[in-house]
Design a protein around this ligand. Structure first.
Ligand code: MN
Length: 154
């Protein structure tokens, strides 16, 4: 009887976790425009929240990555801060292990560090990006993230 009860609880928990992975993300901002095809694998949507200007030299925006979508490898000459507002995804700096990122996480990408970010295969990822000191540059796009890199098979 006890075993049956424990098995039922385990099954319930598993199904809840599965639901959490596949659920729709809670949108805060408008979805925006599709990211440039050459810079992403899968679909990513970008909406600008704070346009760059010479007073603040700061760019803020929201990106929604569909499940499985990710950026190409790239660098930010002045670095970048990511604030994850929903979902589950990945972030990796070249030469370092892939990190899982989720709602509530804050990630700093140092200036000129080659990196990528995106959704996990099962869940989308919603993130705010903040780029300050934009007078140094905003982004330099590089090559796509291979499936082996994305699935952490290297
Ligand atoms: Mn970045």
């Amino acid at each position: 009887m006890k075993t049956l009860l424990l098995a039922s609880i385990a099954l319930l928990l598993t199904s809840c976790m599965q639901q959490n992975k596949n659920r729709e993300l809670q949108a805060i901002f408008t979805k925006g425009e599709a990211g440039a095809v050459g810079n992403f694998t899968g679909k990513a949507w970008n909406t600008s929240l704070v346009a760059n200007d010479t007073v603040y030299n700061t760019l803020v925006g929201n990106v929604y990555f569909e499940p499985g979508a990710r950026s190409n490898w790239h660098t930010h000459p002045a670095g970048q801060i990511l604030i994850i507002t929903d979902g589950i995804g990945y972030h990796q700096i070249k030469g370092q292990p892939r990190q899982t990122i989720k709602k509530g996480d804050v990630v700093k990408c140092p200036p000129n560090a080659m990196h990528w970010h995106g959704a996990s295969p099962e869940s989308g990822l919603q993130q705010l990006y903040i780029i300050s000191n934009t007078e140094k540059g905003i982004v330099q796009w590089l090559h796509p993230v291979s499936d082996a890199e994305y699935y952490n098979e290297n």
